[in-house]
Design a protein around this ligand. Structure first.
Ligand code: IMP
Length: 429
């Protein structure tokens, strides 16, 4: 049996939540390896809808759920999310949930800085989720982060606080803000520390142990490859590596453990926040995709930008992340369109490109080259086998598969866990 790494192959919001939930019900452990509470996963199980931002999706099924060192953790957001889920009847305890003790914390000063910088950025605004993700990752690589393990040593935090505040006070002064209130920060950390520490552990060790015992591990990515800080639409990206390779470094297992890479791909394209989006439709069709697909952010409630499927981008994401197979989601949103379009290349200043160029100006200027196909009038919603799909929908899936040079492993046809067509079980070698 293989392990599985799940990543978004577009700009996030591909419907990962449902797929991860479906896989989690068959896994022995689920681990988040990057991002923070900027992610938003909606899981629908029976009549109940769960909204997760930080917790691994396995938590809903009671599967061992771990937050790896690659995540940035806001302890207050964690507490709020755990309380919300507990209120919905989900059991979360030290047996089924753990947090890496070397995980960096998101502090209130990170949230402040995220907001201040976005406000001051003018046309250069990234459109972040405002959760302090970028500043927290900066402090991690700047070697001034406060980490989960520090919560057990708050009386010995002076040197770290000096380093952290020397940096932040200078930045805050530039924004006309008072210096960090160290006493208040320490008091807040003291209050939250016991809550976090009950779950803190060497996650790398726990994972290595369960792996040796034959557990099936699901590595749960957040955001999407096009938001990767190296490979995405820089600078309009998140501050972590979202590609599958991060599953190893962000959890504490070697790359030989990460298994089948399942890329989640929406049957069309969406994006929240600023940045280039070649197939964006600012017309009635875009509006229709947004309404039918309920395209509003789980985390911020922002309306998502919508457009046709971009095969160039997804081919690139699949190559960069070594995607073994894709899960195609939200096909039913295309039901009833007379014609559907797929972007197969770009035109840039008279040249045809079969890849997405690295420079933001080129990314903004490329014009999509479309292939048009007949749509389908029947419904794909709720289909559980190929026989349930209209012939033209099958043709669409086949064309997507050809263009992205990656096979389809699953097709998801509604938010319900069981409404899935399984072509290849990612857990089976
Ligand atoms: P940050 O991650 O809050 O710094 O935001 C950086 C960019 O990533 C913005 O464009 C956000 O909208 C986008 N982003 C962050 N998390 C998600 C997500 O889970 N889904 C979709 N977009 C996201």
């Amino acid at each position: 049996m293989a392990n599985v790494t799940v990543i978004g192959a577009q700009w996030g919001d591909e419907g990962k939540g449902k797929i991860v939930d479906w896989l989690a019900s068959r896994a022995d452990a689920v681990v988040r390896f990057q991002g923070g509470h900027n992610a938003g996963h909606t899981l629908v199980v029976g009549d109940v809808t769960y909204k997760l931002s930080l917790l691994p999706s396995g938590i809903v099924t009671g599967t061992l759920s771990l937050i790896g060192n690659g995540v940035v953790l806001d302890p207050w957001a964690l507490k709020a999310e755990i309380e919300k889920l507990t209120g919905q009847g989900v059991a979360i305890n030290a047996d089924n949930f753990g947090i890496a003790d070397n995980c960096p914390l998101i502090l209130p000063l990170h949230r402040d800085l995220d907001g201040l910088r976005e406000q001051a950025a003018g046309a250069g605004k990234i459109g972040t989720t405002g959760r302090g993700i970028g500043p927290a990752y900066e402090d991690k690589v700047g070697r001034r982060a406060i980490r989960v393990c520090d919560l057990a040593h708050l009386d010995a935090l002076d040197a770290q606080l000096d380093r952290l505040c020397a940096h932040h006070d200078a930045l805050r002064a530039g924004f006309g803000q008072p210096p960090v209130d160290r006493e208040a920060l320490l008091a807040e950390l003291r209050e939250i520390a016991p809550f976090v520490l009950q779950f803190a552990q060497p996650v790398w060790q726990r994972l290595n142990k369960v792996r040796k015992a034959g557990a099936r591990i699901l590595f749960e990515g957040a955001q999407g490859v096009l938001l990767d800080v190296d490979h995405g639409t820089y600078p309009f990206v998140t501050s972590s590596n979202t590609v599958s390779g991060t599953a190893a470094s962000g959890s504490g297992l070697g790359p030989n453990s990460t298994g089948f890479v399942l890329g989640i791909v929406k049957a069309y394209t969406t994006r929240v926040g600023s940045g280039p989006f070649p197939t964006e439709l600012e017309d009635e069709t875009g509006q229709r995709l947004g309404e039918r697909g309920h395209e509003f952010g789980t985390v911020t409630g922002r309306k998502r930008r919508c457009g046709w499927f971009d095969a160039v981008l997804v081919r690139q994401s699949c190559a960069i992340s070594g995607v073994t197979g894709i899960a195609l989601t939200k096909l039913d949103v295309l039901d009833g369109f007379e014609k559907v379009k797929i972007c197969t290349g770009y035109r840039l200043r008279g040249k045809v490109l079969d890849f997405f160029p690295a420079h933001a100006a080129d990314q903004a200027e490329v014009e999509p080259i479309y292939e048009e196909m007949d749509g389908w009038s029947g419904t794909t919603a709720g289909a559980r086998s190929w026989a349930d799909l209209p012939a033209q929908a099958i043709k669409y899936i086949q064309r997507v598969q050809e263009l992205i040079e990656t096979p389809v492993a699953l097709v998801s046809t509604s938010p319900e866990r069981e409404d899935t067509i399984l072509v290849r079980d990612p857990f089976v070698d």
